[in-house]
Design a protein around this ligand. Structure first.
Ligand code: ADP
Ligand code: MG
Length: 564
């Protein structure tokens, strides 16, 4: 035992495992999906490596995933002939969590109160989910190109053991030693059902070796895979059920929710590509994490090339996940070359247009569904308003807002339709949260005149508003700016306004205001640039405004915070 090495899990893994082991997550079946998904990824990776180093896969048969059952020993084994892991890979991949958003996830589920288990599903615990059904897990792996194999074993209680092992060919076998209450996963029919449900789209054939000599396959018959084994995105749309799309989405995007939108499109002609893209229902926890990896995988003629490329979609569409497969790229394209590649650039352009068109179609057809997408990802889409000037008109059409005049979301077209006769601008107010901006005293004069104001609460709003001047020739104007003049607009109820019909009273009133203004100016001195009487308030006595050509108040506050 002296070549054994015991190591502790990274603290985050331990916390995650405790959650897995001690909380009964309702859908334990997903552990099999996760292990098969990893096996498929491993085959994809080796297929790519072997493009330039064919010796890595020399003499091996086709890629395959084998699932076998040892009833006596209570072991379920998932085996692949993919890329495999060496000593350091095992430590780095199965002892730590590299995924961004982990800290945020653990924050949400930790604490004394019962963890929200739906979050586990959403976060996706991958390999570690095997500990839901296992009292121990043993991984034997040999990396392609290496002669050494290593064994990793753990009971999920804080540490794991590494020891040298042997394995005939490259790849990985995972032995799941099933808990007493998880013996159902030794039943071939149960496994077959799960595999068909979750793994039919897997593009590597999966063989179930049920250990039963009386089963329908005799030794000399070629065994039949449980799954279809072909890439889902090349199958005809009519053959793909919604469930199949969902299962594929969960695999390819490492996601655990349902897609809110499926975009399956095939282009032929000047450039040819197939794209199968999804919008998740939930905001991933790392949406605004700068270290976040894009989740669109690039395939060339069905061969996986890369999953960490920014080239296929612009940043403001980073919430799309899925695959793009092209016939027009060379299999030898290196990941580094993607950026400069003209074909990639053309695909990106076409795909961006396609994605925006699909969003518009959804907005037109099903505003409820679109509203949910907007609530989750609108803040990201709005980045496009200043990043992508060419598509600004399309993005402004897609933009939705909260406003003083509606409970739900409105479009700019809705706003224009409700503008008053003399109204020259689209008014908005920005702030940190909706409840606070709704209370802005600056809104009072607009309310009194029934003038609609957009309520903007995303940090990105300040940025696009500084780049986008107008929509259909109507300028955007902050109500906290000095010149938001309401004089041209009729009050809804004239008595609610400060103006009075009596001329004498009005003169006396003006004189009183003038002396108040003088007094305030001498009191506040250089801290302010001006004191003015205004039409914007009806109930509050005074409010701060920004100068017409100065910064918006909220923006000024943001900038001040950042300078500290
Ligand atoms: P994810 O698949 O989202 O990266 P997992 O927890 O499922 O997360 O797996 C963690 C990592 O372990 C994978 O990214 C991969 O590097 C490695 N891994 C897991 N299973 C295998 C396997 N069968 N073959 C090779 N590498 C694997
Ligand atoms: Mg995985």
């Amino acid at each position: 035992k002296n070549n054994e090495e015991r190591r502790g899990f990274e603290a985050e893994v331990s916390r995650l495992l405790k959650l897995m082991v001690h909380s009964v997550y309702s859908d334990r079946d997903i552990f099999l999906r996760e292990l098969v998904s990893n096996a498929c990824d491993a085959c994809d990776k080796l297929r790519y490596e072997a493009l330039t180093k064919p010796e890595l896969q020399a003499g091996e048969g086709d890629f395959a995933i084998h699932i076998s059952i040892d009833k006596k020993a209570s072991i379920l084994r998932i085996s692949d002939n993919g890329i495999g892991m060496d000593h350091d890979d095992l430590i780095n991949h199965l002892g730590t969590i590299a995924r961004s958003g982990t800290a945020a996830f653990l924050e949400k589920v930790s604490g004394d109160q019962k963890p929200d288990l739906s979050l586990i599903g959403q976060f996706g615990v991958g390999f570690y989910s095997s500990f839901m059904v296992a009292d121990s897990v043993r991984v034997i792996s040999r990396k392609a190109g290496s002669a050494d194999a290593w064994e990793w074993e753990s009971d999920g209680e804080g540490s794991y053991v590494m020891r040298p092992a042997s394995r005939d060919q490259h790849g990985t076998s995972i032995d799941v030693h099933l808990k007493a209450d998880a013996k159902e996963y030794l039943e071939p029919s149960r496994l077959r059902t799960i595999l068909q449900r979750y793994s039919d789209h897997i593009s590597v054939p999966i063989y179930l070796d049920d250990g039963d000599p009386k089963s329908d396959q005799t030794a000399d018959e070629t065994p039949k895979p449980v799954n279809d084994g072909s890439a889902l995105w090349v199958r005809p749309k009519s053959d793909i059920t919604p469930d199949l799309y969902t299962a594929f989405y969960q695999h390819v995007a490492h996601a655990h929710d349902e897609p809110a939108l499926v975009l399956h499109t095939k282009a032929e002609g000047v450039i040819s590509y197939t794209a199968l893209l999804f919008i998740p229902q939930n905001r991933p926890m790392d949406l605004f994490d700068p270290a976040r990896k894009p989740r669109v995988k690039l395939y060339v003629k069905r061969v996986f090339i890369s999953d960490d490329n920014d080239e296929l979609l612009p940043g403001y569409l980073r919430f799309f996940k899925g695959v793009v497969d092209s016939e027009d790229l060379s299999l030898n394209i290196s990941r580094e070359m993607l950026q400069q590649n003209p074909v990639v650039r053309r695909i990106r352009k076409a795909l961006t247009n396609k994605a925006l068109a699909e969003l518009q179609k959804t907005a037109d057809k099903d505003s409820d569904r679109y509203g949910k997408i907007w609530d989750a990802f609108g803040a990201v889409l709005k980045e496009g308003l200043y990043e992508d000037a060419d598509r600004r008109p399309a993005l402004l059409k897609l933009a939705r807002f909260r406003s003083t005049h509606a409970d739900g979301l409105i479009s700019l077209a809705d706003y224009l339709g409700r503008m008053k006769d003399n109204q020259k601008a689209i008014y908005y107010v920005t702030g940190n949260d909706l409840a606070a901006v709704r209370r802005s005293p600056q809104l009072e004069g607009f309310r009194a005149r029934d003038v609609e104001v957009l309520l903007l609460c995303d940090p990105v709003d300040e940025f696009w508003l500084s780049a986008v001047n107008a929509y259909e020739d109507k300028p955007f104007k902050s109500i906290t700016r000095g010149g938001s003049d309401l004089k041209d607009l009729e009050p809804k109820d004239p008595t609610a306004d400060a103006e009075t019909k009596d001329k004498d009273a009005s003169d006396r009133h003006d004189a009183a205001i003038d002396s108040l203004i003088t007094a305030l100016k001498s009191l506040l001195g250089t801290q302010i640039s001006d004191v003015r009487s205004s039409d914007r308030l009806t109930q509050t006595a005074a409010c701060l405004v920004a100068e017409d050509n100065g910064l918006d108040l909220h923006l000024e506050r943001i900038l001040r915070q950042h300078q500290q």
